[in-house]
Design a protein around this ligand. Structure first.
Ligand code: AMP
Length: 114
């Protein structure tokens, strides 16, 4: 809890290329981009470790987050499509335990993902 890198980004104590923010959500560029556009969207407060811990009272934040993802995709010119994905647990490759969604675009996406 105390050593949460995304909490430090929100607090401005760790560097990040910020893209946009709303009242409850911050978007910044992934440090190791997997596509021409790779933006992370997180709740500013660490209300959940992952999507496995999402509750009803996160609804406003999540609606904000999805709307912001769509806005960023539009602003990044991702007219041919984009992907919004969240990893839960070790088998899905989750490495940061602060709920986050990856917005990926700018190249063709394979399905199913790796
Ligand atoms: P996940 O593996 O789904 O938990 O995603 C965590 C993501 O956070 C990875 O894609 C990392 O590259 C990214 N990441 C970790 N630390 C930072 C950071 N300080 N700034 C930006 N992205 C980060």
């Amino acid at each position: 809890m105390t050593d949460c890198i995304f909490c430090r980004v929100v607090e401005g104590k760790a560097p990040a290329k910020r893209v946009a923010e709303t009242e409850h959500v911050l978007a910044f560029r992934d440090i190791a981009p997997q596509a021409p556009t790779h933006v992370l969207l997180i709740p500013k407060r660490r209300v959940a470790e992952s999507a496995a811990h999402v509750r009803d009272d996160h609804a406003v934040m999540l609606a904000e987050l999805f709307a912001l993802a769509a806005r960023i995709a539009h602003e990044e010119g991702l007219t041919r499509g984009w992907r919004l994905v969240t990893n839960v647990g070790p088998e899905a490759g989750q490495s940061v335990h602060h709920l986050h969604f990856h917005l990926l675009g700018g190249r063709p996406m394979r399905w199913p993902p790796g």
